[in-house]
Design a protein around this ligand. Sequence first.
Ligand code: HEM
Ligand SMILES: [Ca+2]
Ligand SMILES: [Ca+2]
Length: 307
Amino acid sequence: ENEEDPGLVMNFYKDTCPQAEDIITEQVKLLYKRHKNTAFSWLRNIFHDCAVESCDASLLLDSTRRSLSEKETDRSFGLRNFRYLDTIKEAVERECPEVVSCSDILVLSARDGIVALGGPYIPLKTGRRDGRRSRADVLEQYLPDHNESISVVLERFGAMGINTPGVVALLGAHSVGRTHCVKLVHRLYPEVDPEINPDHIEHMLHKCPDPIPDPKAVQYVRNDRGTPMKLDNNYYRNILDNKGLLIVDHQLAHDKRTKPYVKKMAKSQDYFFKEFGKAITILSENNPLTGTKGEIRKQCNVANKHH
Ligand code: HEM
Ligand SMILES: [Ca+2]
Ligand SMILES: [Ca+2]
């Protein structure tokens, strides 16, 4: 870090685009009013972009002739609503063309999306710049799969500096949104996983009636039937009650290392929010491109053309 590169700071655009953060907040509010589920996407994006080497908006790049996009990999299954991030970028570009990075827009939309969902306000720094290439080739080394062991999950997040309560808090994001049947049928067919709460099995079978779901059919189960639209601590009560959808969700409530925190978060929303805020902050600061590294992308889905 030097004079030209202050790294990440609060309100990085205060001189170059003083309205930037207000425009983003305003757009998030407008878009959330019309498309509630776009807030799930803003929240999920910060994990899928930042956990894979860097918060550099690599997640948003489309495939090119030379490289596969991260969006098209299996771990990204179900990611949606990218067009609303483009809407925010366009609104910011109208005010300050080519100043605000897509990676900062991705992070700040997550911050404001969390608030829209009833979660805490987490002050986050800015000054990230956008990467120029997809990281699809290494993505699986960073993003755990739905049936990953807790040891691997703790190790992957630990490598970013996120501790055990931080991991437990981050998984609390599964208090909103949905999971498609393709990620769940292995727990239902050929035999039902005996660890699932019998009251929940009926619902899951009803929503996922086919052992091999048509990947194009929109068949899914809501992550939290109780409060599906609220980022609250109901997730922890669900998983303690054996109503977690993914194997990782279920294991989180049963592993010796994570269970004590699951119980604590199930009891205290404040504790959940406190740990969630810390962990999101660390995630959002993972290995950013700052200073003169990377670029300010004009359009979030394509790297700039070089002249
Ligand atoms: C071990 C780590 C994780 C795994 C294996 C995992 C896996 C998944 C899977 C398989 C889905 C369902 C996608 C679909 O079928 O549409 C999902 C949904 C979701 N995940 Fe995660 N996830 C993890 C951590 C996180 C974290 C850290 C966050 C955010 C901080 C997050 C936020 C979300 C959200 C909001 C949804 C709902 C998306 C929607 O409804 O569009 N997840 N996750
Ligand atoms: Ca990235
Ligand atoms: Ca909830």
